[in-house]
Design a protein around this ligand. Structure first.
Ligand code: KIV
Length: 264
């Protein structure tokens, strides 16, 4: 199957082909997502909450992202590999943004970096793009802004904040961002932004009108214990794992494992 590139993703929007995206934090998961034909594999900074036991994504650092991106890179083949820039790796100085984005490309294998924020991030975004690194924008409920929002709440519900988001989206496109994640916003607003932009929008909790969808893979698999309204659980791996581990424990205690067939 043809390798997914920035050009192909933009073409998919133009052709009305929905883009599929999921997160991965390790090599075997990346391999599975590639085998299933997922278009974009995202090493999200959600790794902090999903895998590293942090309370929010704010504690995630470059070391975490590079470690997980390197592992994902090894299992990735056809999918487009995007990597999140963690909190404080891009906000303070454009030169920091370029350096850290460069590390994600050079060491982590990123084909694009994703960073959160609107017009206030334009300097960093432009600098990264000038360094020839494709950038994915992220608007709406941007988890690194959790303290500003006062919780994980739907954004852009009132006309003023909706208009601000539209203006931010247009400015990001104008600056050269090639794709935009819209998180936890009303479906109607996502539809409007999607129709105004020529770059693809990828929704998470943003309704059906985006050009593509992304979810945290562990949520979809029922492995994270997280079930916000926008998540559809396609499996219950937490339940399956718990059952399997309990059965193993019982069989070891009862000397039923290992059996003859498991022995040499
Ligand atoms: O960190 C993440 O996993 C994300 C997405 C789910 C969009 O940013």
């Amino acid at each position: 199957m043809e390798k997914i590139t920035t050009t192909r993703l933009i073409e998919m929007k133009q052709r009305g082909e929905k883009i599929t995206a999921l997160t991965a934090y390790d090599c075997p998961t990346a391999r599975l997502l590639n085998e299933a034909g997922i278009d974009v594999v995202l090493v999200g900074d959600s790794v902090g909450m999903v895998k590293l036991g942090y309370e929010s994504t704010l504690s995630v650092n470059m070391e975490d992202m590079l470690y997980h991106a390197r592992s994902v890179k090894k299992g990735n083949s056809r999918a487009f590999l995007a990597v999140d820039m963690p909190f404080l790796s891009y906000e303070s100085k454009p030169s920091d943004a370029v350096y850290n984005a460069g590390l994600l490309v050079k060491i982590g294998g990123a084909e694009a970096v994703k960073l959160e924020g609107g017009r206030e991030m334009l300097k960093s975004i432009r600098a990264v793009i000038e360094a020839k690194i494709p950038v994915i924008g992220h608007l709406g409920l941007t988890p690194q802004g959790i303290h500003k929002f006062g919780g994980y709440k739907v954004q852009g519900r009132d006309p003023k904040s909706a208009q601000k988001m539209i203006d931010d989206a247009l400015a990001l496109e104008e600056s050269g961002v090639f794709m935009l994640v819209l998180e936890c916003i009303p479906a109607g607003l996502a539809k409007k932004i999607t129709s105004l932009l020529s770059i693809p929008t990828i929704g998470i909790g943003a309704g059906p009108h985006c050009d593509g969808q992304v979810l945290v893979t562990d949520d979809l698999l029922g492995l994270s214990g997280m079930s916000p309204k926008f998540v559809k659980k396609y499996a219950n791996l937490q339940g399956d794992i718990s059952k399997a581990v309990k059965k193993y424990r019982k069989e070891v205690r009862a000397s039923r494992f290992p059996s003859r067939s498991n022995s040499y």
